[in-house]
Ligand binder design. Structure first.
Ligand code: ADP
Length: 260
């Protein structure tokens, strides 16, 4: 109880002195969560104190990506939830309160409460960066988050193919409308490079993300190729960004741009 009281006292206003990086996408399956997790880990490797909020409350995938499936977050009291620490990152996800296989059927207002709790009632301590993985698309949750957190920066994750559809730009336009700074675009699954002959194949097309970046007057921060390692390591809870490798370089580059 004393510990809880002391921790309560130490609690700071919402993310004071913390840079909040919100990661969004027009639709699911483009690699948004993979980018969020690896960005958080890459920022941690640069020496920053980093938190990761899985705001995709219903479709959470951060526990799997961070290798914390089955671990439970616990609470000292109702206003003091302790985040799980992995790879040096403090993580909170609905997945660590519910079973992965249990479907969550919640309504909007309840969802809002969960996110508010993730932001207000978690003992984050001092953080330099908070990476927030949004649910895909432009629903109520992304909008609420964009309106609630005072200072935040937005990263759009897209594939060359999804850049071509208007869906990708819509969430970025929404961010702009509520005056959120867009740091830039991550083009994921950009191309496949043959490991033997090093020839590049633009599997999902090319050029569309450049058009999108012009339309949004923002930069393409990094182009991340399709890579078996990224997929395999993500599935086994070992973010590629954690160890130095050819693949981790993309996320380190991204983290460095975010820090700039
Ligand atoms: P989203 O969060 O946009 O729904 P995920 O991050 O869950 O997407 O990624 C969808 C799938 O694509 C996952 O299986 C993930 O491992 C895989 N993936 C993401 N980025 C890459 C990449 N650069 N190369 C290969 N597979 C990737």
């Amino acid at each position: 109880q004393r510990l809880a009281q002391n921790m309560e006292k130490e609690k700071k206003p919402l993310f004071e002195n913390t840079h909040v990086i919100v990661v969004g996408s027009g639709k699911g399956g483009v690699g948004k969560s993979t980018v969020s997790a690896n960005l958080a880990v890459a920022l941690g490797k640069l020496g920053y104190k980093v938190g990761l909020i899985d705001a995709d409350v219903l479709g959470f995938s951060i526990p799997r990506l961070m290798g914390i499936v089955g671990q439970k977050s616990y609470a000292l009291n109702e206003h003091m939830i302790i985040p799980i620490e992995k790879y040096g990152i403090k993580v909170i996800s609905m997945g660590n309160f519910a079973d992965e296989d249990t479907p969550l059927i919640w309504r909007g207002p309840l969802l809002g409460n969960v996110l508010e709790q993730f932001m207000n009632d978690v003992y984050w301590g001092d953080l330099d960066y908070m990476v927030l993985d949004l649910p895909p698309g432009t629903g109520d949750v992304p909008l609420t988050i964009m309106q609630k957190i005072p200072e935040q920066n937005f990263i759009l994750v897209t594939t060359p193919q999804s850049s071509a559809s208007h869906v990708a730009g819509r969430i970025a336009h929404m961010a702009k409308k509520v005056n959120i700074d867009i740091i830039g675009i991550v083009e994921n699954m950009s191309y496949f490079e043959c490991p033997d002959c090093h020839k590049r194949y633009n599997i999902f097309g090319e050029g569309e993300t450049e058009k999108l970046s012009k339309e949004l007057s923002t930069d393409i921060l990094v182009k991340i190729p399709i890579d078996i390692q990224v997929r395999e390591k993500s599935d086994t809870g070992m973010p590629v960004a954690f160890e130095d490798s050819k693949q981790s370089k993309y996320y380190t580059d991204l983290a460095k741009k975010v820090v700039e």
